[in-house]
Design a protein around this ligand. Structure first.
Ligand code: OOG
Ligand code: NI
Length: 474
């Protein structure tokens, strides 16, 4: 590739964040709060006096300071496949399949994100991308949605030309790269003029508010951006202190010593003025509620077993909460209690294969290579990982979860979108449709567990080579 995909992604992420800040000023305030919370958390962990100001930029791993995710929703196969081509230029590829019908949404999704450790370290920006499942709409709404989607083009002609160039020539000039960034922003820009009439909008919305959000506008507006924090509980508190319309509670697992997966909270979507098309040619004023700001704290990536245990515990929590009508703090208390079942120390998570890890030689291990006269492989039995860990030659660190938790996203949807239509039952009984999704996408999605497992294996291979071993028994 004759352009740097990681640089393109960073530039795009920065430009998108600036655009969203200018569109939704509360998102800018949220960024400031995250900065404040991170500074306080760092200060606290270092036991500094309050007067000593720490700049999180100086202390946190650099990816924290730029880290964002965003979310968009598209309507057609052409839109989804073109988004895929656009993100590929920035080194973002479809990872994971998310079936949102479970939560009553007629949509399914993937996350476009970098796949290698190197790229993730440079800039982990990812975009959760949903597409409408036309087959889950009632006939009348489906026709309306198709009509509205048919007459829009969410990509500038220049972007489409640049995509062709990039794919054909495998190269873009610096000027073309700059044009690419500015043109790609247009796809995600907010437009307050709807492409449908108020009547049509109401009809779409009655079936599901998200159908209206996807179908009624000339672009695929970014519906939220999400900075990463190191202390989401503090951010939640600061949001409330600052009088932000914060959600009642943080979604995802409870606060733990060893954080897992993802915890998220947000400020509620704003009601924005929209001008709807009028059959007479003028415009009618109305409103739309969809765009918000979110914040996330990322924890460890779980293995399939780990994820199963997580899902199982969460299921119990939700059943008990529903039975007892528990909400807010009562729900949080129950969540915390039930999650005691999930081991909360690093070596247990490792030994029970509940999380993924990256292995590296310890300082002792490095010294061992330098000074060792008898190589490890002279031993009769194959060297086991356990052995190397016990001898302190190899150490490990948890891998960060780079993906999403659709159920907690569901919680976020609910708090933003009010009531849902009767067609919800129909949607909720639908099966996931990975094949259908991949047909719309025009490509396969990568399996996230596979990617983590590959990263883990790669780190172990590097240790093995350094130690000059043929094999490390797992
Ligand atoms: C999808 C939301 C998914 C998250 O943080 O889990 C997401 C959407 O709002 O379209 O961003
Ligand atoms: Ni999100």
């Amino acid at each position: 590739m004759a352009w740097d995909q990681d640089v393109m992604r960073s530039r795009f992420c920065h430009a998108l964040s600036e655009m969203y800040k200018s569109e939704v000023s509360l998102y800018g305030d949220l960024i400031d709060i995250v900065w404040e919370a991170d500074a306080k958390a760092v200060q606290h962990s270092q036991n500094m006096s309050d007067s000593q100001i720490i700049n999180p930029d100086d202390v946190l791993p650099s990816r924290h300071r730029v880290e964002r995710h965003g979310a968009i929703r598209v309507g057609t196969a052409h839109e989804l496949a073109t988004i895929r081509r656009m993100f590929a230029v920035m080194g973002m590829y479809p990872v994971g399949y998310y079936d949102l019908s479970l939560a009553g949404f007629p949509m399914h999704a993937t996350a476009f994100r970098p796949k290698t450790q190197e790229s993730l370290d440079k800039n982990p920006f990812r975009v959760f991308t949903t597409v409408l499942r036309m087959e889950l709409l009632t006939e009348k709404t489906r026709e309306l949605a198709k009509q509205a989607l048919k007459q829009r083009n969410i990509f500038t002609p220049r972007l489409l030309a640049l995509l062709d160039t990039a794919e054909r020539e495998r190269s873009l000039t610096p000027e073309q790269c700059t044009e690419f960034i500015s043109n790609s922003l247009e796809t995600f820009r907010w437009h307050s003029k709807a492409t449908v009439t108020l009547d049509e909008y109401e009809q779409l919305k009655a079936e599901h508010p998200l159908i209206a959000d996807i179908v009624s506008f000339p672009s695929s507006h970014i519906n939220h951006l999400t900075p990463r924090t190191i202390d989401i509980d503090l951010v939640q508190k600061l949001m409330l202190d600052h009088g932000m319309p914060a959600k009642e509670r943080i979604e995802g697992p409870p606060r733990r010593t060893c954080p897992i997966l993802l915890r998220q909270t947000s400020f509620k979507a704003l009601e924005e003025i929209v001008h709807f098309r009028d059959p007479s040619g003028s415009h009618v004023k109305g409103s739309h509620t969809a765009r918000f700001g979110e914040v996330e704290q990322r924890g460890y990536a779980l293995t399939r077993q780990g994820r199963q245990l997580y899902d199982q515990i969460l299921d119990q929590v939700n059943k008990k909460a529903a039975d007892g009508g528990l909400r807010g703090q009562d729900y949080d208390k129950l969540l915390e209690d039930q999650f005691r079942e999930f081991p909360d120390n690093l070596s247990k998570l490792h030994d029970l294969s509940l999380a993924y890890f990256s292995y590296q030689l310890t300082p002792l291990g490095e010294q061992f290579i330098k000074e060792n006269t008898v190589s490890l492989k002279d031993h009769q039995a194959p060297v086991s990982l356990q052995d190397l860990l016990a001898k302190g030659i190899i150490g490990y660190e948890p891998l960060t979860y780079e993906d999403f938790l659709p159920l907690s996203a569901g919680g976020i949807f609910y708090s933003n979108l009010g009531s849902v239509s009767q067609s919800k039952q129909l949607i909720m009984s639908a099966d996931p449709d990975l094949d259908g999704f991949q047909r719309l996408l025009g490509a396969c999605v990568a399996d996230e567990f596979h990617l983590y497992s590959e990263m883990q294996q790669k780190s172990l291979d590097i240790c093995r080579q350094k130690l000059q071993l043929d094999k490390i028994a797992f």
